[in-house]
Design a protein around this ligand. Structure first.
Ligand code: SAM
Length: 238
């Protein structure tokens, strides 16, 4: 197995690679920097109709993906060191540091839930790590899996150009990113902040740091508080 290897278990394999086949991630796929295979969960379904779900024990609305079916689908994937993730709104929040952790590994196996979710016993029995992409409910895990993969793949060596290491981006420094500008010099009467065209790299770096802090304090006080606690006592850079 070469490169970062992703296996996605889903009832909708036609949703892949989807947007992952375009732009940076698509080029990475073409170059073999990462690989993507899908497993159709229904192939492991029960009976003539390849049934994959059943009514929830204890009653209530919706259907639940069966543990035996999902277990067989997971067991069809070669046992290796890759973490096995289950996309789930009650999972570990996906953060940039978690993405970096995943990107340094050999790959991921991702199970996409549908309906009301997955029988708890297969989550426990197959050591699935539940991962959430945010505090809202999607209709299925496929788009969430694509989000996880996109965030990982852009960090793989060779996917982004040398100049775009991503190290200054939002969340990488613990802060949100500073604002960007490019040509034209004036657009609809709005200019570019003078310091950015001054050629003074130190002043540009200071201005960017200040804007980063300002935007983080205004939009994400939780992040700015953590950043300020971590940098308490540091002297401002000249
Ligand atoms: N009944 C579940 C609940 O209340 O937590 C929601 C199930 S949702 C309709 C169906 C599937 O979409 C989930 O099993 C999961 O795979 C996926 N999903 C929905 N929201 C998600 C999120 N925020 N992050 C990751 N996966 C999500």
């Amino acid at each position: 197995m070469t490169g970062f290897s992703a296996t996605v278990l889903t009832l909708y394999p036609e949703m892949f690679p989807g947007p992952l086949g375009a732009s940076l991630s698509g080029k990475g796929l073409d170059k073999g920097i990462w690989s993507l295979e899908t497993v159709q969960i229904r192939d492991f379904g029960e009976g003539r109709h390849r049934s994959v779900d059943d009514t929830p024990a204890g009653g209530g609305p919706g259907m639940v993906l069966r543990a035996d079916v999902v277990g067989r689908a997971l067991d069809s994937v070669a046992a290796d060191d890759r973490p096995r993730l289950l996309m789930s709104p009650r999972g570990r929040p996906l953060t940039q540091s978690f993405v970096r952790e995943l990107a340094t590994g050999p790959g991921v196996v991702i199970l996409c839930g549908r309906f009301e979710g997955v029988d708890e016993r297969v989550i426990e029995g197959r050591d699935l790590v539940e991962v959430s992409i945010g505090d809202y409910v999607l209709s299925g895990g496929e788009i969430a899996a694509a989000v996880v993969l996109d965030a990982i793949v852009r960090l793989l060596p060779g996917v982004m150009g040398k100049d775009a290491s991503g190290s200054e981006e939002s969340f990488e420094t613990g802060l949100l990113e500073y604002p960007h500008y490019t040509r034209p010099q004036v657009w609809e009467g709005r200019g570019i902040p003078e310091v950015l065209t001054s050629g003074d790299h130190g002043a540009v770096a200071r201005w960017r740091r200040e804007r980063s802090l300002e935007v983080t304090r205004a939009r994400r006080p939780d992040l700015s508080r953590a950043w300020e606690a971590a940098h308490a006592g540091e002297r401002p850079k000249k």
